[in-house]
Design a protein around this ligand. Structure first.
Ligand SMILES: C[S@@+](CC[C@H](N)C(=O)[O-])C[C@H]1O[C@@H](n2cnc3c(N)ncnc32)[C@H](O)[C@@H]1O
Length: 265
């Protein structure tokens, strides 16, 4: 798939600005498809154990870290490259009385600022689609895992039916993704890093239903709030709705979706 010239700087513009707030309105503090339910399934499938130390790559508001600390009694580190997200993550961990069990760092996930063999698991939810150099991301994640540690994540992926170049360009430009990996592409990256694949699940059908849900929420319930976030720009609101509808259409065609992946180092 063609890679768009989108860097962390472009992603920062989204998550430092109104678009990031809009994603929180639609998805909640856990800015990923399926929220709590999806995180629970991911953690249970991976067999996350009390006392483990984890690293959330692209931790955004830190809700993934808070979820894991509260429900799985682990300690967490979170790495995110956007200043606004980093500051909010720290503040919200403090507000929930969890700051002593979560450490957040500001930085790029392709240059992870921790030493080798540090973590029992590396975690990610619906965010690595923003990363251009996914080979580097997976090799960095592998480096900081302890031997036997788990790589555990969900991500937006290109579906098995495949997007045309025009379709991919339209979706990736709107979402600010350089490109989306596909299931086979991720599996190759795991093999390149000598990771043992434990789970690779295509969640595309379920994903399509979520896109429908988000559009329905925006149109039937949250229009005022969404418009307020984007400066009451009705034209922009309608244009964004059109792009989301296009993504929904492609998801129902099996051309874009989401996957869940678990590997062992
Ligand atoms: C969809 S949000 C992540 C949501 C989060 N995983 C959750 O479940 O709540 C995407 C996040 O990825 C971060 N991000 C994107 N590319 C990054 C990179 N190269 N390095 C660090 N953070 C990055 C953005 O700053 C943003 O906060």
């Amino acid at each position: 798939m063609e890679r768009l010239d989108i860097s962390l700087k472009n992603v920062n513009e989204v998550y430092d600005g109104p678009e990031g707030v809009l994603w929180e309105l639609i998805m909640g503090e856990q800015i990923h498809v399926g929220g709590f339910k999806s995180s629970m399934m991911l953690a249970q499938n991976a067999g996350i154990q009390p006392g483990w130390r984890g690293l959330d790559l692209c931790s955004a508001l830190g809700a993934g870290c808070r979820f894991l600390v509260k429900n799985f009694n682990v300690s967490m580190c979170g790495l995110d490259g956007t200043q606004t997200m980093h500051a909010k993550a720290q503040a919200r961990a403090q507000e929930e009385g969890l700051a002593d069990r979560i450490e957040f760092k500001l930085g790029d996930v392709t240059e992870i600022p921790w030493v080798d063999n540090t973590f029992d698991f590396v975690w990610g939810e619906d965010a690595w689609c923003y990363v251009n150099d996914k080979a580097r991301l997976i090799s960095e994640a592998t480096r900081v895992l302890k031997p036997g540690g788990l790589l555990v994540f969900t991500d937006w992926i290109e579906g098995a039916a495949g997007l045309s170049d025009d379709e991919a360009r339209r979706i990736n430009s709107f979402m600010k993704f350089p490109y989306m990996e596909n299931q086979k592409g991720y599996e190759k990256l795991f093999a390149d890093n000598s990771l043992t694949l434990l789970e690779s699940t295509d969640l595309t059908e379920e994903y399509a239903g979520y896109v429908d849900l988000y559009i329905k929420m925006l149109v039937d319930q949250l229009s005022y709030d969404a418009l307020k976030i984007i400066g009451d720009n009705l034209e922009l609101f309608q244009a964004m709705g059109g792009e989301m509808a296009f993504m929904g259409e492609k998801a129902h065609e099996g051309k874009m979706g989401r996957g869940r992946f678990i590997c062992r180092k």
